[in-house]
Design a protein around this ligand. Structure first.
Ligand code: SF4
Ligand code: SF4
Length: 134
C-alpha cells in the first residue's frame, strides 16, 4: 500500500515543477499570491489551470509561494512523483516514509539535503494550506 505524497523543505526556493508534470490528477499546487488561490496547471508553465482551491491565509503565510503543495484529499498515492528520479532535491516523500528525525524509522531520499531532520511538520501543513471551500 503506497502513501500520499508530502512535499518538504528541500523544495523551498527550487520549485522546478518536475513533480507537477508527472502527477496524473493535477493535485500538486502552486500558490498564486495575486488571487490568494492554490492552482495546478495541466502542464507546468502552460498557464492553463486545471484545478484550484482557496488558500488558508494563516497557513499559506508560513512559506507562501516558495514551495509546492500536494492536496492530500486528491492524491491517489500513485507513487509517480516520489520516484527517486523525479525531484532533483529529494523533497517528496510518501507519508509512510516521512523522516521524523530518528534515523532508524525513516527511509531517506538520497538527494534530500535535509535528510535526518524531522519532516513531519509538512504532513499537517499540507492539509492546513487548503482552506475549506466556502
Ligand atoms: S520536483 Fe521537487 S523541487 Fe521540483 S517542484 Fe516538485 S517538490 Fe519542488
Ligand atoms: S503520488 Fe501520484 S497522485 Fe499523489 S501527488 Fe504524487 S503524482 Fe500526484
Amino acid at each position: 500500500m503506497a502513501g500520499v505524497a508530502i512535499i518538504t523543505e528541500a523544495c523551498i526556493g527550487v520549485k522546478d515543477r518536475a513533480c507537477v508534470d508527472v502527477c496524473p490528477v493535477q493535485c500538486i499546487y502552486e500558490f498564486d499570491a495575486a488571487t490568494n488561490r492554490l492552482v495546478s496547471e495541466v502542464e507546468a508553465g502552460s498557464g492553463i489551470v486545471e484545478t484550484e482551491h482557496p488558500a488558508s491565509p494563516e497557513a499559506i503565510a508560513v512559506f507562501g509561494d516558495t514551495l509546492l503543495y500536494v492536496n492530500l484529499d486528491e492524491c491517489t498515492s500513485c507513487t509517480a512523483c516520489y520516484q527517486p528520479d523525479v525531484c532533483p532535491v529529494g523533497a517528496i516523500y510518501s507519508d509512510e516514509h516521512l523522516p521524523d528525525g530518528s534515523p532508524s524509522s525513516a527511509k531517506y531520499n538520497a538527494t534530500d539535503p535535509n535528510k535526518g531532520h524531522d519532516h513531519t511538520f509538512f504532513l499537517q501543513h499540507s492539509r492546513d494550506v487548503f482552506a475549506s471551500e466556502p
